[in-house]
Design a protein around this ligand. Structure first.
Ligand code: ADP
Length: 349
């Protein structure tokens, strides 16, 4: 499995990127934790692309490999070329991607006129995100960093297509189904491995629930009382699944939408919906027929614009915690989660 993805990375170009592209180092599209993203132009066509510069490392290679594997989906940012070059005297991976000129998902929604954004449109956006997740989960890849700033539009205006990017935390899960059957757990597989398998994908589903919630009302389901780092209070809220659908914003939102969110924000990852469940869900499957109820999201996102960095920060931290400690999204009491005997008993029919 890794062998086949490795061969993909071996297709990287070893010649200098400047043979083929004009790189605009001063035109920075974004700064990330793993590197910067700048504009570049393909010499052959004059087309504009985005270039992500990563210091070469096994982690960077994993990111590029998994992004490459995912990038045949319409709702995942395409990789056009990968170069292995020395950049600023460091061995680097230069990833040429399609340029996403339409900006971030929620920026675009906040620019909508009051009440013009409807539940049907929200359903179609969630449907698009679901297609990206399904594509990855089918390939046994968990993205694990599904959050608002990683959802970008390809261009401004109605032609813009929403796409997922940033595979910096994605993980390839062992595809062996035998590891996952409920009635037979091979003794040689460590419990951490089993839970990684399950929680990697469940983490994406939790993210989907949070994004869907924000789309429908303009604010996140979980608040910490005072910003900054993820507070113990916020952790506890997530763990206990403490969120509500306040009447002011939610009274006209369909029960189908609320039920889907409930299924996605299930505290116990075992009971959380999978992407396969969601694709079967009526609100998703028949997203074109969802009621065109006007939503307050655009207005609230605009009003609370100064709180948005905090919302992003909290989601980043919640995801970070989840990746290290699956019991946070699993939100099971510690003693039970770690009690092997109880786990074993639960597995018996
Ligand atoms: P990191 O993994 O370091 O966080 P990202 O891949 O998220 O980096 O990229 C950082 C930022 O660069 C993004 O938030 C976005 O603003 C911008 N960016 C990334 N990819 C593209 C792209 N294909 N087109 C335009 N801008 C992009």
């Amino acid at each position: 499995m890794m062998g086949d993805s490795h061969s993909k990375l071996q297709q990287t170009k070893k010649n200098s990127i400047s043979d083929d592209y004009e790189v605009k180092h001063s035109e920075v599209l974004g700064l990330g934790i793993n590197g910067k993203v700048v504009e570049c132009y393909e010499k052959k066509t004059g087309r504009k692309f985005a270039l992500k510069i990563l210091r070469d490392s096994p982690k960077a290679r994993r990111e590029v490999e998994l992004h490459y594997k995912g990038s045949s989906c319409k709702h995942i940012v395409q990789i056009h070329d990968v170069y292995e070059n020395t950049y600023q005297s460091h061995k680097s991976l230069l990833v040429v991607m399609e340029c996403m000129d339409g900006g971030e998902l929620f920026t675009r929604i906040s620019e909508r006129a009051e009440g013009a954004f409807t539940e049907r449109e929200a359903a179609s956006i969630i449907y698009d995100i679901c297609q990206a997740i399904k594509h990855l989960h089918d390939k046994n890849i968990a993205h694990r960093d599904l959050k608002p700033e990683n959802l970008l539009y390809s261009c401004k205006g109605p032609a813009g297509i929403l796409k997922l990017t940033d595979f910096g935390f994605s993980k390839e899960l062992s595809s062996s189904k035998s590891l996952q059957t409920p009635c037979y757990t091979p003794y040689y597989v460590a419990p951490e491995v089993l839970s990684q398998e399950k929680y990697g994908k469940a983490c994406d589903m939790w993210s989907l629930g949070v994004i869907m919630y924000i789309l429908l009302c303009g604010y996140p389901p979980f608040y910490s009382t005072h910003g900054a780092a993820i507070s113990p209070g916020m952790k506890k809220k997530i763990r206990n699944g403490q969120y509500e659908f306040p009447k002011a914003e939610w009274q006209y939102v369909s029960e189908d939408a609320k039920n889907l969110i409930r299924g996605l924000l299930k505290t116990d990852a075992e009971f959380r919906l999978t992407i396969f469940d969601v694709m079967e869900n009526k609100w998703i499957r028949e997203h074109q027929n969802v009621p065109q109820t006007p939503l307050v999201s655009a207005q609230i996102l605009k009003e609370d614009a100064e709180l948005w960095p905090e919302v992003q920060d909290e989601m980043t931290q919640a995801l970070q915690t989840m990746r290290v400690d699956p019991d946070v999204p699993a939100m099971k009491p510690m003693e039970i989660a770690n009690n092997r005997i109880l786990n074993k008993r639960k597995k018996k029919p």
